[in-house]
Design a protein around this ligand. Structure first.
Ligand code: ADP
Length: 290
């Protein structure tokens, strides 16, 4: 299968040849398959935001290539706008960017920029609202009358309405309560499953990364440190700890129990799998207590 998105030896420098020169992204290469969900983790300043902006053409790499659906996105710089529709980017706290007089106009802003007909815009707004479980009766309201969670969903719907082949989200659950968090995670999964779009998302929450991702990209100081399945990445706690990153709580609990002599399986990283393993262990009663 051909990747839907490929980064090849990407390099980006802020303030080149000034005293503030910063190599924010250094030699990053990875590929994302159609329909895949990839979690991106890394300490603050590790280059996650810069990488996301490189992937949708908001920033131009100093060297290296971004390939979307088989095309080098900078082949013709005049055509770069179309890639921004194909690789939709949801910034951190996207609700701060709501600005229009109604939610409907806000969600329709992207499709309008794509030059679609009024009828198609309306269809896409309704589809996107449904996808993020945004109540249709709130569409004529001002975005400023919405609750925090509703604003976040409306803002994400604005990107989804462009029906990107790749959806990139920068910390989509930041600042939300557990219920709001879960709604956004369910929504990301639903978008991925219903449309077959690939999803990349940045998160500091290892539980979210473990629950959603098929593969995980770990960045440190602008460099790619690991890229693999959650199992491959979270089975290297020492490497993660060097970057002040943690493994999911489920992995930590099972490791702690294993160290106490309980013969539990290794490489478990989600709460449901940990619960299953603990139940299995208790039923089989093969306890090897110290
Ligand atoms: P992250 O999203 O992981 O926090 P960023 O991509 O925002 O990382 O930043 C990577 C590095 O680039 C950091 O050292 C940051 O200070 C620097 N940086 C980010 N944006 C700019 C900018 N506009 N000008 C100069 N340096 C920047």
């Amino acid at each position: 299968m051909t990747p839907i998105l490929s980064a090849q030896n990407l390099h980006f420098v802020y303030g080149e040849k000034t005293p503030y020169e910063k190599h924010a992204v250094t030699d990053i290469s990875f590929s994302v398959m159609p329909g895949e969900i990839v979690g991106i983790i890394g300490h603050t300043g590790s280059g996650k935001s810069t990488l996301m902006q490189l992937l949708n053409g908001l920033l131009k790499p100093h060297s290296g290539t971004v390939i979307v659906d088989g095309q080098n996105i900078w082949q013709d710089p005049k055509a770069i706008r179309q890639y921004r529709f194909q690789v939709g980017l949801v910034f951190q706290y996207p609700e701060y960017q709501l600005f229009d007089e109604t939610v409907e106009k806000d969600i329709g802003f992207g499709p309008k920029n794509m030059g679609l007909s009024e009828e198609e815009i309306r269809k896409r707004v309704l589809r996107a609202a449904e996808m993020v479980e945004f109540p249709p009766h709130l569409l004529p309201k001002s975005p400023f009358d919405l609750s925090g969670g509703e604003k976040r969903r409306a803002a994400i719907a604005g990107v989804i309405a462009m029906e990107p082949k790749v959806l990139i989200l920068d910390e989509p659950t930041a600042g939300l309560d557990p219920k709001g968090r879960q709604t956004i995670l369910d929504m990301i999964r639903a978008y991925n499953q219903k449309t077959g779009a690939a999803v990349l998302f940045v998160s500091h929450n290892m539980e979210d990364v473990a629950a959603l991702s098929q593969r995980v990209l770990v960045l440190s100081r602008g460099k790619e440190v690991l890229f693999g399945t959650p199992k491959e990445v979270f089975s290297q706690p020492d490497v993660l700890q060097q970057m002040s990153l943690d493994v999911p709580i489920a992995t930590r609990i099972l490791d702690a129990l294993s160290q106490k002599g309980y013969a539990l399986q290794k490489g478990i990283y989600t709460i449901p799998d940990a619960a299953k393993e603990i139940v299995r262990f208790m039923k089989e009663g093969d306890r090897h207590a110290q």
